[in-house]
Design a protein around this ligand. Structure first.
Ligand code: NAD
Length: 541
C-alpha cells in the first residue's frame, strides 16, 4: 500500500456557452471544419499499438449520411483474445504502480481535455453522434473531466478508509487490491463521457481493461484513446477493440480471467450478458463483478399547483435535448386536467418551434437520431400513434431520412395510461402524456409506479410541499435519480451521483465512491507485534 497524499479538491468543470461570435465558438467551428474535411482511418488499440484490419467500415454524420468522416477497422475474435492477453500482461506493473501515479495520469487527462483536447473531443461528438455544441460540451468535455477528477478524489478517500486502531499490540490494515484478471468495459453510443468512465474507473483502481465501444461512438472513442496516451497511460492498460457484440461476448465471457463488466446500454443486452455470465460461472477464477446502467422510461409527474411555464420548460428540455437519446430523458408525463387547457398550446407551440438540422449550424436545437435502426424504431411508434384510436399526435410527428436521420420532436397524448409509448423505451424525441383527474393525484402516482419496468429518473413539479412529500414516498423506488421542480436530465458528477434500479441497472452510481468500490477487492491484514508463545488460556489452568 502506498502513502496517502492530499488530492486537489475537485470542482466541476465550468461549461462554455458558445455565444455567437465568441472566441470559443470560432475555435470549435474551425475544428469541426478541419475534422470534417479530413477523413481518418481509425485503428484498434491493443497493447498501445495501432491495429488495422482488412474490414473497413465507413463512418457518417447521422445528420449528413452522405458525407464520410472516415473508416474504422473492424476486428474479430482474435483481436479480442489479443486485447485480453495485452491487458493481462500489463496488469502486474499497473497494479504495482503507486496509486498517486495512476491518479496523476487521469488528472493530467482532465487538464488536457479542459485545454488542448477540448475542441477535438467536442467536435468528434458533434460530427459522429449528432450532438449540438452545448450537448457536446456538457458531455464530452465537462462530464468527462469531472469523472476523471472526482473519481481520483473518491479513490483517495477509499484508500484512506482503514480499520480503527483500538487493539493494543495489533495493527489492522485494509489493502484495496485490483480484481484478479481483466475488466471488460462495454459502452453505449449516447455519451462520450460514459464511454470514458466505463474504461477509466476500473483502470484507475489498478485494473487493466478491454474496452468495446458502440459502433456509432468509435469516432470519439479514438480521441479518448489518444487523450489517455498523451496523459501517459501505459500500453496495455486500456485496449480498445471494434468487434461486434456477440463475437466479443463469446471470447470475453468464456475466459477464466474475466473479472468484471462495466456496462451501460440497453436492458435486453444487459440481461442477456448476465445470463451468459451465470451459465459460465464455474469457468471463472472469481465471481465476476457485474455493474450495469441500463434502460429507462423516465417520467415527469405534474401536480396542479405547479407553475405552467416551468412544466413546459421541463418537458421540452427534459424530453427533446439530444433528440431524447439521454438515458434520463423524460418520455412520459402525467398532467392534471385543470392545467391541460393552458399547457397544451404552450407545449405544442414550443415543441413545433424547435429548430432542427446539422450540428455545424449552432442555431439548431435538435439534430439527428443516431442511425437508421433507431430512426426506423422511433418512427414506427409515431406512425402507429397516428393510426391509434386511443392516442393522438399533437405536436411534431414528421420525419425524413433522406439526408440524415431527422425526426421532429413529437408529443403524443394517450387516453390509455398504459399505451405502448407510456411503457416502452423508444430512445428518441417522443414524449407521451396522460391527462389525469386532479382528484386522482395519489392513484396516478401509484399507477405511474406500476407502469414501467424501469426506475432510472423522474421528476415531480409541484409547489405544495405536502404533495411533494406524498410523491417522494409513493415514488421511492420509481427512480434512482429524483428531481423536484426540475427536468429529470442533466446529472452532474459529484453533485447527483447517477444510476437507477429495477430494470434500469445495478445502481452503482457512476461518478460516486460506490462505483469505484466495485473495482477493488479488499484484503484485510492483521499484524500482531508480539506473538503469543503459549497455547494455554486462563480458563483451564
Ligand atoms: P446497446 O445495448 O444497443 O449497446 C450497448 C453496447 O453493447 C454497445 O457497445 C453494443 O455494441 C453492445 N452490444 C449489443 N449487443 C450485444 C451483445 N449481444 N453482446 C455483447 N455486446 C453487445 O445500447 P445503445 O443503443 O448503445 O445505448 C442506448 C441504451 O443505453 C438505452 O437503453 C439507454 O437507456 C441506455 N443508457 C443507460 C444509461 C444509464 O445510465 N442508465 C446511460 C446511457 C445509456
Amino acid at each position: 500500500m502506498n502513502g496517502i497524499v492530499k488530492i486537489p479538491k475537485p470542482i466541476n468543470e465550468p461549461v462554455k456557452v458558445y455565444a455567437p461570435g465568441s472566441a470559443e465558438t470560432q475555435s470549435l467551428k474551425s475544428k469541426l471544419q478541419e475534422m470534417k474535411n479530413n477523413t481518418v482511418d481509425i485503428p484498434m488499440y491493443i497493447n498501445g499499438k495501432e491495429v488495422y484490419s482488412d474490414e473497413k467500415i465507413t463512418i457518417h454524420p447521422p445528420h449528413e449520411k452522405n458525407h464520410t468522416l472516415g473508416t474504422y477497422n473492424k476486428g474479430n475474435a482474435k483481436h479480442i483474445q489479443d486485447a485480453i492477453d495485452a491487458a493481462l500482461a500489463a496488469k502486474e506493473n499497473w497494479a504495482n504502480m503507486p496509486w498517486q501515479s495512476r491518479a496523476a495520469i487521469f488528472l493530467k487527462a482532465a487538464d488536457l481535455l479542459a485545454g488542448p483536447f477540448r475542441d477535438r473531443m467536442n467536435a468528434a461528438t458533434m460530427l459522429a453522434q449528432s450532438k449540438n455544441a452545448m450537448q457536446a460540451e456538457i458531455d464530452a468535455a465537462c462530464e468527462m473531466i469531472d469523472f476523471f477528477k472526482f473519481n481520483v478524489q473518491y479513490m483517495s478517500e477509499i484508500y484512506a478508509q482503514q480499520p480503527p486502531e483500538n487493539s493494543p499490540g495489533v495493527w489492522n490494515q485494509l489493502e484495496y487490491r485490483p480484481l484478479e484478471g481483466f475488466v471488460f468495459a462495454l459502452s453505449p453510443f449516447n455519451f462520450t463521457s460514459i464511454a470514458a468512465n466505463l474504461c477509466s474507473a476500473p483502470a484507475m483502481m489498478g485494473n487493466t481493461v478491454v474496452w468495446k465501444p458502440s459502433e456509432t461512438q468509435i469516432y470519439s472513442a479514438q480521441v479518448i484513446m489518444e487523450l489517455y496516451k498523451e496523459a501517459g497511460l501505459p500500453d496495455g492498460v486500456i485496449n480498445l477493440v471494434y468487434v461486434d457484440g456477440p463475437t466479443t461476448g463469446d471470447v470475453i465471457f468464456n475466459h477464466r480471467d474475466f473479472a468484471g463488466i462495466h456496462f451501460t446500454g440497453s436492458t435486453g443486452v444487459f440481461r442477456h450478458i448476465w445470463k451468459t455470465i451465470g451459465n459460465n460461472i464455474e469457468k471463472y477464477r472469481s465471481y465476476p463483478r457485474i455493474v450495469g446502467e441500463t434502460g429507462g422510461k423516465d417520467f415527469v409527474m405534474v401536480h396542479k399547483s405547479a407553475n405552467v411555464d416551468a412544466v413546459n420548460t421541463a418537458l421540452v428540455r427534459g424530453s427533446f435535448e439530444f433528440q431524447g437519446q439521454k438515458c434520463s430523458a423524460a418520455s412520459r408525463a402525467y398532467i392534471p386536467e385543470s392545467m391541460w387547457a393552458e399547457l397544451k398550446p404552450k407545449l405544442v407551440a414550443t415543441t413545433n418551434s424547435l429548430k432542427m438540422g446539422t450540428t455545424e449550424d449552432f442555431t439548431n436545437y435538435i439534430n439527428a437520431v443516431i442511425d437508421q435502426k433507431a430512426f426506423n424504431k422511433i418512427t414506427s411508434f409515431i406512425a402507429a400513434a397516428k393510426e391509434a384510436n386511443d392516442a393522438e399526435v399533437i405536436a411534431g410527428g414528421d420525419y425524413d431520412d433522406s439526408e440524415g436521420y431527422f425526426i421532429r420532436p413529437t408529443v403524443i397524448v394517450a387516453e390509455d395510461p398504459k399505451y405502448s409509448t407510456m411503457c416502452e423505451e423508444l430512445f428518441g424525441p417522443v414524449l407521451t402524456l396522460y391527462v389525469y383527474k386532479d382528484s386522482e393525484y395519489e392513484q396516478t402516482l401509484k399507477m405511474l409506479d406500476d407502469t414501467s419496468e424501469y426506475a432510472l429518473t423522474g421528476a415531480i413539479l409541484c409547489k405544495d410541499r405536502e404533495q411533494i412529500n406524498v410523491a417522494l414516498n409513493a415514488l421511492r423506488n420509481s427512480a434512482g435519480n429524483f428531481y423536484i421542480n426540475d427536468k429529470p436530465t442533466g446529472a452532474v458528477v459529484g453533485q447527483q451521483p447517477f444510476g437507477g434500479a429495477r430494470g434500469s441497472g445495478t445502481n452503482d452510481k457512476a461518478g460516486a465512491p460506490a462505483n469505484l468500490m466495485r473495482w477493488t477487492s479488499m484484503r484485510t491484514i492483521k499484524e500482531t507485534f508480539v506473538s503469543p508463545t503459549s497455547y494455554e488460556y486462563p480458563f483451564h489452568s
